[in-house]
Design a protein around this ligand. Structure first.
Ligand code: GLN
Length: 268
């Protein structure tokens, strides 16, 4: 089977409500990189009116950040059959990248700055709490090394070195992990809560992170991992990606590592 015969369907969760922090760049990045590889790509917006069938047909999921109010609306919608469909997809290994507000909703609950606790899907074993409007938000560039074992192993094989992610965080909520594996170890920045040195979570093939940026154009190898994993899962065959010219992204990474004083890690 050649690349032109393969199709990647990207499910974009709640684009109208959960696009406050520019994470749409992740959708564009996956779409473009997959097209450069010759795959056919379809972006399927999974907004309020999306059906369960639409959720079932996607090969890869992207969820972006939002403000507390929008998160509440989404959680009122993401119930019953829709919630089950999303849970089944993730548990079956559909890869995804969920940023900031999106993972807060996939955990047990999110306590916003004001108002009532929002119950989440309980897919990821973690809770998120906003300490209140007086509390300082966690804002700034963030650098972390991916430590989630399966992902770290696969990315190290791809890159020939440990995967270091650079992004930008902007959150009031703090996340505390239960038994779920952390996505990574913070090198610079706050990560999940600014206390325990952990960042994000990894469950089956789903990546939860506080890292905007958007994260994928800044770390294109992660986009490639998502594309490869999604298509291998769908077609049950090995998918090899050709290397793309990431010179500009690499220069941007080097510049940011230098600025943050972590240039010795600018291995990638
Ligand atoms: N509303 C959430 C918080 O402040 C999420 C913010 C975001 O998605 N960047 O924690």
């Amino acid at each position: 089977m050649n690349n032109q015969q393969m199709e990647l369907k990207i499910g974009w969760l709640y684009p109208t409500l959960m696009s406050t922090y520019g994470d749409r760049g992740n959708v564009i990045c996956i779409q473009q990189r997959a097209q450069w590889q010759g795959f056919n790509v379809q972006v399927i917006p999974l907004d309020l009116q999306a059906s369960v069938t639409e959720i079932h047909q996607v090969d890869l999921l992207v969820g972006g950040g939002a403000q507390d109010r929008q998160q509440e609306i989404v959680m009122r919608d993401l119930k019953g059959a829709k919630a089950t469909a999303l849970r089944e997809k993730i548990e079956a290994g559909t890869p995804g990248v969920f940023t900031c507000g999106a993972p807060q909703l996939l955990g047990h609950y999110y306590e916003p700055a004001l108002g009532q606790r929002i119950e989440g899907l309980g897919l990821f074993d973690f809770v998120s709490k906003h300490p209140g409007i007086e509390a300082k938000r966690c804002i700034g560039n963030v650098v972390f090394e991916i430590t989630a074992s399966k992902l770290a192993e696969e990315l190290t094989a791809m890159l020939g070195k440990p995967p270091v992610i650079i992004g930008f965080e902007n959150h009031g909520g703090r996340t505390y992990l239960g038994k779920v594996e952390a996505l990574g170890k913070v090198i610079s920045g706050y990560g999940n809560n600014g206390e325990d040195g952990m960042e994000g979570a990894f469950f089956h093939n789903a990546i939860a992170t506080y890292s905007h940026g958007p994260v994928l154009p800044k770390n294109p190898f992660l986009a490639d991992w998502l594309v490869k994993t999604a298509l291998q899962q769908k077609y049950q065959t090995n998918v090899e990606l050709k290397s793309l010219d990431d010179g500009l992204a690499m220069q941007a990474r080097e510049a940011m590592f230098k600025k943050l004083g972590v240039s010795e890690l600018a291995a990638y």
